[in-house]
Design a protein around this ligand. Structure first.
Ligand code: UVW
Length: 321
């Protein structure tokens, strides 16, 4: 832990922390997604009871702006061609009278609902599975999001609604919780978090983006979220959680004065354990439905885009209950 005046380093904080490096071979690039065996997909299938489906992505490219880590530029969609081009005689001369509209988008790959590549963050010059951080030069040559995308993600998902559990519409700025709180909420919801479940945690934060003035939402970039402890990291390791998804931008409180390390859970869970992180999900509609029918488990599926050497990729996760 950070003691007065010392420069903290993840190396010190995590020196006793569990690691999955080598567990799936020296050439593994998908980490804990290996836990998602066909049995896990079937366990997800067994949770389909009503046939209701939910998509969990935020919209991309709204002129008013989308939720994004401060400093990252907003997504921009540009029209390339529309009816006006044809009226001006500048449209394509397709045979048979067909006209078309076309557009393109410029966006941060981390700038919407997205999966982080396992090589997205690191310390001590090594990324997931011990690959050299030099493999990130000019694009991730190892543990890129493409590896996750080629595999795809499907299994039993469980939603833990921390905001509802605490009787709030949205958790407060910088409000933290631990795995013990998550377990307590699960018990109150009457759902069991089983080994190898995909864990979704709702704070209400991303939903609040749409009704909170931007200056207030981004003030000090103080999100609610999971907070680091060695016990929490060990719990994730023991539970063999393949994937953590939250409705926050960072999946954890961004900076903890207690540890002095930025994003310690990114490092402990993603770099060391190979747990995939999905961020900026919108979980409110799903949570409302779960609260109504009392079913908090489901089949969770996600196919991030196959961005070659990408550090992350947009995704629209699909849940079926
Ligand atoms: C960083 O990019 C550091 O974090 P995130 O994965 O939350 O976007």
């Amino acid at each position: 832990m950070c003691k007065g005046g010392e420069m903290p380093h993840a190396r010190e904080l995590l020196k006793e922390a569990p690691s999955n490096w080598g567990k799936w071979g020296a050439d593994d690039e998908v980490g804990s997604l290996n836990y998602l065996t066909p049995d896990q997909v079937l366990a997800g299938k067994d949770c389909i009871r009503s046939g209701k489906s939910f998509t969990l992505a935020v919209q991309i490219g709204r002129p008013e702006g989308d939720p994004i880590w401060p400093g990252r530029p907003a997504s921009q969609r540009y029209n390339i061609r529309d009816r006006g081009d044809f009226m001006a005689g500048a449209g394509k001369n397709y045979p048979g009278g067909l006209e078309d509209a076309d557009d393109m988008i410029i966006m941060m790959l981390q700038g919407s609902t997205q999966y982080d590549a396992l090589g997205h963050v690191w310390y001590d010059e090594q990324i997931w599975n011990g690959y050299s951080a030099e493999t990130t030069a000019g694009g991730l040559k190892k543990a890129s999001v493409c590896a996750l995308a080629e595999r795809g993600i499907a299994g039993r998902g469980v939603l833990i609604d921390m905001a509802r559990h605490r009787g709030k519409k949205v958790l407060g700025r910088g409000e933290t919780f631990t795995h013990k709180d998550v377990l307590e909420a699960a018990e109150a919801q009457g759902v069991e978090i089983r080994k190898r479940d995909i864990l979704l945690i709702r704070t209400g934060w991303i939903g609040s983006f749409y009704y909170t003035p931007a200056e207030e939402f981004y003030k000090d970039f103080l999100e609610p979220g999971l907070t680091y402890s060695p016990e929490l990291v060990q719990w994730f390791a023991d539970m063999e959680i393949p994937n953590l998804c939250t409705d926050t931008i960072a999946n954890e409180v961004t900076f903890e004065p207690e540890t002095g390390v930025l994003l310690p859970l990114h490092l402990a869970l993603m770099r060391n354990l190979g747990i995939t992180l999905a961020e900026i999900l919108l979980l409110d509609k799903l949570a409302d439905d779960c609260a109504e029918d009392g079913q908090w488990d489901f089949l969770y599926t996600a196919g991030p885009l196959k961005v070659v050497q990408g550090t992350g990729a947009p995704v629209n996760p699909l849940v079926i209950k």
